[in-house]
Design a protein around this ligand. Structure first.
Ligand code: ATP
Length: 483
C-alpha cells in the first residue's frame, strides 16, 4: 500500500486505503468514501491498542454534533494528520454517536480491541499553523490538572511547577492552551489553563495579600538592618514599614500567571546578570550573601555604598563607602541615582546604580540585597537581574534552626549589635512578610530558596548561580524590546 503524506489524506479522491507508519508504529487506514468527498471512514489502529490518542471530543452546543475539540500537538492523532479540530464524529465502530454524549462514547472506545473505526465528516475549520512560531513562558504558579475541576480532560493536562519553562504550541482556544515542557522528550503537548482563564480565576479568589493586610503592619523586632556594606541594613525603617502598609493594601490588580520569556546566553565579555536577593528581615539574606562572598571573592562582589557620615581613620574613600556631603547625597536622590537609600543615626546611606555598574564592569557577579519594591528599578535589559526570594521555612523549623541565632540590629559602622534571640512573633512576621512578598512580587522571582538549614540553602544558591553561567537562561521577553 503506498504511503501517502498526511496532507493528501484529506483529499477527496477515491482512496480505498492507505497506511503510514510513524516511529510509534501507528497506522491509519482510510476506506472508500461512502457518499461524497466530505464523508470519510477513518480507521485508526495503534500497536498499544490506545485509540484516538491525543484528541478530545465535545458536543457542539448549537448542532448537537460530536466534534473533535482538540488535537493534542505532537500526539498520535496530530502526527497522523488525518483528524482535525472541528471534524464531526458520526460513528464509532459502526455505532452512530450523533445523539450521544461524549461520556457515552468513551466506553465504546474503551471496549475496542486495538482497532477502532470512525466515520468522520471533516470540519471546515482550517488548522492554524503553529509550527515555527515558538512561544515560551515561565510559569508563575504550580498546576496539577488532577486537582482542576474545570479542565475538560484530566489525562490531557500538563502538570507543572512554578518556574518551569513551557513552549506554548497552541493558543487557539481562549481558555485552554496546549504546551510542552521545554526540554521534554515527550513531544505530545498537554492542556494548561490559558493566561486569561488563570488570571481570571485567581482574581476571583480572595487575594491572600489583602487578607494579611488586616493584621499586618506590626513593627518587627528584626526590622532594623545592620549596615549597607554587607547587608541591606536599615534604611528608614519607619518609612519602609509605612510603604509596606500601603503596598499591602494596594494589592496589584494583576495576578500574572505566565511570563513570556526568551532564551539568553551571556556572550564572552558581556557583564554577568545582576543577582538580587530579596527576603523578609532576619531571614538570612545577609548571611547567604556573606557566605557567597567568602566562598569566591574573585567571582562575587558587592557595590560600595554611599554615606554622608565621617570617614574613620581606618577607612578609605571608595573602599568601605563613598563618602559624600549631605548636599550631594540629596542631589543624587533627586536625580534617582540610588537603588535604595535610607537614614540611620542622622546620616544617609545608599546604594547607587552606578556602583552596581562598577562591579559588573569588573566582570564579577554583583550581589545586591534590596527591598522588593526596588527590584523594578533594576529590572532592565542592562542588568538582566536574576532575582532570588529567600523564604523562611515553617514555624516549627524556624524554632529549631534559629535556636541559637540572634537578631542582628544596629549598623555595621557602629559595630553589629546582636542581642536578642528570635521570638515567635519575629518568626510569624518573617513568614507573613515572605508570603506577602511572594503574592505581590512573585512574578519577579526566578528562584525561591527556603532558608531552613543554612548549609543547604547556601549550597542551593551557589549551585543555582553556577548553573546560570553554564545553561541557557530564560529572560523576560520585554527585555528584548527594551534593547
Ligand atoms: N538558616 C539559618 N539557620 C540559623 N541561623 C540563621 C540562618 N540564616 C540566618 N541565620 C541567622 O539569623 C540572623 C539574621 O540573619 P541575617 O542578618 O542574614 O538576616 P537578613 O535577612 O540579612 O536580615 P537583616 O537585613 O534584617 O539583617 C543572623 O544571626 C544569622 O546568623
Amino acid at each position: 500500500i503506498p504511503s501517502l503524506s498526511a496532507g493528501s489524506s484529506r483529499s477527496n479522491t477515491n482512496v480505498f486505503a492507505f497506511c503510514t507508519a510513524t516511529p510509534t508504529n501507528y497506522f491509519m487506514v482510510f476506506t472508500k468514501q461512502e457518499t461524497f468527498s466530505l464523508l470519510n471512514l477513518l480507521q485508526i489502529l495503534d500497536s498499544t491498542g490506545s485509540v484516538l490518542q491525543g484528541a478530545t471530543i465535545k458536543k457542539d452546543g448549537s448542532t448537537g454534533a460530536i466534534v473533535v475539540a482538540r488535537i493534542m500537538r505532537g500526539g498520535a492523532a496530530d502526527r497522523s494528520g488525518l483528524i482535525h479540530e472541528g471534524d464531526e464524529l458520526r460513528e464509532v465502530n459502526g455505532v452512530p454517536v450523533e445523539h450521544k454524549r461524549p461520556e457515552e462514547i468513551v466506553p465504546i472506545l474503551a471496549k475496542s480491541d486495538g482497532a477502532v473505526t470512525f466515520k468522520v465528516i471533516p470540519g471546515s475549520k482550517e488548522e492554524l499553523e503553529a509550527e515555527g512560531t515558538k512561544i515560551f513562558v515561565r510559569t508563575l504558579f504550580d498546576y496539577n490538572p488532577r486537582e482542576d475541576p474545570a479542565i475538560p480532560c484530566k489525562d490531557a493536562g500538563l502538570e507543572f511547577r512554578r518556574g518551569d519553562v513551557l513552549q506554548i504550541v497552541s493558543q487557539e482556544d481562549d481558555t485552554w492552551w496546549q504546551a510542552r515542557r521545554h526540554g521534554d522528550t515527550n513531544l505530545r503537548a498537554g492542556l494548561i489553563p490559558s493566561r486569561q482563564l488563570q488570571e481570571r480565576r485567581v482574581a476571583l479568589r480572595r487575594p491572600e495579600a489583602l487578607f494579611h493586610a488586616a493584621g499586618a503592619p506590626k513593627p518587627s523586632a528584626a526590622g532594623l538592618r545592620r549596615s549597607f556594606r554587607l547587608s541591606r541594613k536599615d534604611i528608614r525603617v519607619q518609612e519602609t514599614q509605612i510603604r509596606w502598609r500601603k503596598s499591602q493594601i494596594l494589592v496589584s490588580k494583576n495576578f500574572p500567571s505566565y511570563q513570556d520569556v526568551v532564551p539568553y546566553s551571556r556572550k564572552p565579555g558581556e557583564p554577568y546578570r545582576l543577582v538580587l536577593l530579596v527576603g523578609p528581615s532576619g531571614v538570612g539574606v545577609s548571611e547567604l550573601k556573606r557566605k557567597l562572598l567568602l566562598s569566591d571573592p574573585e567571582r562575587f562582589s558587592v557595590p560600595v555604598p554611599h554615606t554622608t557620615r565621617e570617614c574613620r581613620r581606618h577607612e578609605r574613600d571608595g573602599v568601605e563607602y563613598h563618602f559624600i556631603s549631605k548636599h550631594m547625597f540629596e542631589n543624587h536622590i533627586l536625580n534617582h541615582k540610588f537603588v535604595e537609600y535610607g537614614e540611620h543615626g542622622g546620616h544617609y546611606y545608599g546604594t547607587s546604580v552606578d556602583s552596581v555598574r562598577t562591579v559588573l564592569a569588573e566582570s564579577k557577579v554583583c550581589l545586591l540585597d534590596v527591598e522588593p519594591h526596588a527590584v523594578k528599578t533594576l529590572y532592565t535589559t542592562e542588568f538582566k537581574p536574576y532575582v532570588v526570594l529567600v523564604k523562611p521555612p515553617a514555624m516549627e523549623q524556624l524554632r529549631i534552626s534559629r535556636r541559637r541565632a540572634r537578631i542582628l540590629s544596629g549598623c555595621a559602622h557602629v559595630k553589629p549589635i546582636c542581642h536578642f534571640f528570635f521570638q515567635d512573633a519575629d518568626f510569624e512576621d518573617m513568614i507573613n512578610t515572605a508570603q506577602t512578598m511572594e503574592n505581590k512580587y512573585g512574578y519577579l522571582f526566578e528562584k525561591i530558596i527556603v532558608n531552613d538549614d543554612l548549609a543547604l540553602a547556601f549550597a542551593e544558591i551557589r549551585a543555582e548561580l553556577a548553573r546560570l553561567e553554564k545553561e541557557t537562561n530564560w529572560i523576560p521577553k520585554t527585555w528584548l524590546s527594551q534593547s
